[in-house]
Design a protein around this ligand. Structure first.
Ligand code: CA
Ligand code: CA
Length: 221
C-alpha cells in the first residue's frame, strides 16, 4: 500500500508540473492589472515610466479602470493617450522553442477614427498586421466587444525577444486601440493534455485510498 501511496504522490506532483506549464505566461503585467487604480478611477493618462514591466512610447497611453469593461481582470489600456502610443517588453526566449502570442483587442469608441489599426512586432520579424477593429456597433466596450487575436509559431531567439504593440490608426487621435490579456506561451511547454488530465484524478483517488488505509491501520494498532 505504501508503494501505491508513493505512486499517487508522484502522479500528483507530475500533474502539478503539467498545470504550471500550461499557464506559463511569459508576459509580465500582460493584463495591465498593475498598478491597481482606485475603484472609482475611470482612467489615468500614462507617459513612459508609469506602467510596470512595459516601456511606453509614442504619445503615451491611457490606463483604463472603470471607463470600460476589460476582457480580463479589472484593468486594460487605450493604446493612445492624446495621440497614438506604443508599448514594448522584452520576453525571455530560447532559440530551440517557438511561441504563441494571444491578446484581446477592441477600440475606444469615444472619438474617431471608427477604424482602429494595430501593428504587432516580434523581435526582428516583419511587423504583423495591421489588425483592424471597427468601433461601429460598440458604443461601449464590453465583454462582447473584445476580439482575440492569436499568432502561433513565432520563432524564438536565444536570450530575449522584444514584443511591441503600436497604434497606427489614421488619423491619430485620443481614441485608439484597446488592449488586454496579452499572453506569450512557449509551444514546447504546452503539455500533452491526456497525461495531466488522467494523472490528476488517478493520483487523487490513489492518494485518498492510501490516506484512508493509513488512518485505518494506525487506529487498529
Ligand atoms: Ca486586464
Ligand atoms: Ca485616450
Amino acid at each position: 500500500m505504501r508503494k501505491l501511496i508513493l505512486v499517487g504522490m508522484v502522479l500528483l506532483a507530475l500533474a502539478g508540473i503539467g498545470a504550471a506549464s500550461a499557464s506559463g505566461n511569459l508576459v509580465k503585467n500582460g493584463g495591465f492589472e498593475e498598478p491597481q487604480l482606485g475603484e472609482n478611477i475611470g482612467f489615468a493618462g500614462c507617459p513612459d515610466g508609469i506602467l510596470p514591466d512595459w516601456v511606453i512610447g509614442g504619445d503615451g497611453i491611457d490606463h483604463i479602470r472603470t471607463y470600460w469593461t476589460p476582457s480580463e481582470g479589472k484593468q486594460s489600456i487605450d493604446l493612445s493617450r492624446e495621440g497614438s502610443g506604443s508599448i514594448r517588453q522584452s520576453i525571455p526566449t530560447s532559440a530551440s522553442a517557438s511561441y504563441t502570442l494571444s491578446f484581446d483587442m477592441a477600440g475606444n469608441p469615444e472619438c474617431g477614427p471608427t477604424e482602429k489599426l494595430l501593428k504587432v512586432y516580434w523581435g526582428n520579424q516583419p511587423a504583423y498586421g495591421p489588425y483592424s477593429y471597427i468601433t461601429t456597433g460598440y458604443p461601449f466596450i464590453g465583454p462582447g466587444g473584445w476580439e482575440t487575436v492569436i499568432l502561433a509559431d513565432l520563432p524564438g531567439t536565444a536570450g530575449t525577444t522584444q514584443l511591441a504593440f503600436e497604434d497606427v490608426s489614421t488619423p491619430s487621435s485620443a481614441c485608439g486601440v484597446a488592449l488586454d490579456n496579452i499572453r506569450v506561451i512557449s509551444n514546447e511547454l504546452v503539455p500533452i493534455p491526456e497525461f495531466p488530465t488522467v494523472a490528476l484524478p488517478v493520483g487523487l483517488i490513489i492518494g485518498i485510498l492510501g490516506a484512508a488505509y493509513y488512518i485505518r491501520s494506525t487506529r487498529e494498532q
